[in-house]
Design a protein around this ligand. Structure first.
Ligand code: PHE
Length: 343
């Protein structure tokens, strides 16, 4: 076939299609016209495409290019007609297509991170026990992270390998008040901040991030969350500590939880315990607790002869992992929506 003849056929096809699409008054009619011209099997465009094989070899590039343009023009003529029929979309037309009995398409909306959900729930539980929530800074100084908590200079908890130091007093000795700064390694810092500012009685919790240079594995992550509790009054005892922790555990995990204390050591509590929960056939370590050490009470200006108190610090990730049967802490921080969407 001669090139000119082929091009003429293409031209004619465009005007024919435009007329037909333009005349269609309903979706059905337009669909019929679409199949007539653009149908993948027996459409007119397809038929003309077959003729391309009969065009002289040297004319093929022009024929091919024009064919593609033609296809584009016919497709856009269809789009225009489609938009016209669907779309002048008066409300009545759209309303008549609305069937309230069909299930919704469902929006994928964002979710609150499981750790944030846990934090909210823990606040709620402790709130019911009369504990109010306070916040503290994540960048701490030596005094709040160590000294006031009765952690002496040579204590291994101060080791640079155990902490994320940001600046040492030596390094910033040019400053007005040079201090060691670090990302807090525990939320116990908030106990000090609260006691410095408030007179007893005190009943607070604080939830937030803490940082330790641990290598990430299934149970460790260099950043995690703790819930810290502190209660100070004239007659607080170890029995109060145990009751509060038991109530806390049964509220979060269920009535079938048993709690036990194992002797332990923390510089800022005396006596100190490790709190374990028995749940689903297993003893699980949840964190540390104890009666606030008299040295700590003195450091914040309280009289240890007048007031006593307990403190505890539990891992939030651990609680959440137990509750939901999550076996790897790293899942929380991968930002994989397939994981996060389950909560
Ligand atoms: N701060 C301790 C820790 O991070 C936990 C703790 C808090 C222990 C309060 C006793 C009292 O391991």
């Amino acid at each position: 076939m001669a090139l000119q003849e082929f091009l003429d056929q293409l031209d004619q096809l465009v005007s024919e299609a435009e007329t037909n699409f333009g005349a269609a008054e309903s979706t059905d009619a337009l669909e019929e016209a679409r199949i007539e011209f653009l149908g993948a099997k027996n459409g007119k465009l397809k038929a003309v495409q077959k003729l391309m094989g009969t065009v002289e070899k040297q004319d093929k590039p022009v024929a091919g290019k024009t064919f593609n343009e033609t296809k584009g023009r016919i497709e856009s003529a269809f789009e225009v007609a489609h938009a016209r029929i669907q779309g002048d979309g008066s409300d009545t037309e759209r309303d008549s297509q609305f069937d309230p009995s069909l299930p919704g398409a469902g929006f994928k909306i964002g979710r609150v991170h499981p750790i944030t959900q846990t934090i909210e729930e823990l606040k709620d539980i402790m709130g019911r026990l009369g504990f109010s929530t306070v916040d503290g800074p994540e960048i701490e100084d030596d005094w709040h992270n160590f000294v006031a908590l009765n952690i002496p200079d040579d204590h291994p908890a101060r080791d640079p390998l155990e902490n994320f130091y940001l600046a040492t007093a030596e390094a910033n000795s040019g400053e007005k008040n040079p201090v060691d700064l670090l990302l807090r390694s525990q939320t116990s810092t908030v106990q000090i901040r609260v006691m410095e500012k408030t007179k007893p009685p005190i009943r607070i919790i604080s939830l937030g991030r803490v940082y330790r240079p641990d290598t990430a594995d299934a149970t460790h992550y260099p950043m995690f969350h703790q819930i810290e509790g502190l209660m100070i009054d004239t007659n607080v005892t170890m029995a109060d500590l145990k009751s509060v922790l038991r109530l806390f555990a049964t509220s979060y995990l269920g009535d079938d939880v048993t709690i036990r204390f194992r002797p332990s050591f923390f510089p800022f509590t005396e006596p100190s315990v490790e709190a374990d929960y028995y749940w689903n056939g297993q003893w699980i370590e949840f964190g540390g607790a104890g009666m606030v050490d008299p040295n700590v009470l003195t450091a914040v200006g309280y009289d240890p002869e007048e007031v006593t108190g307990f403190a505890f610090g539990l891992g939030v990730e651990r609680l959440c992992m137990r509750r939901h049967g999550i076996t790897d802490i790293r899942e929380f921080y991968k930002n994989d929506v397939r994981f996060l969407a389950q909560f």
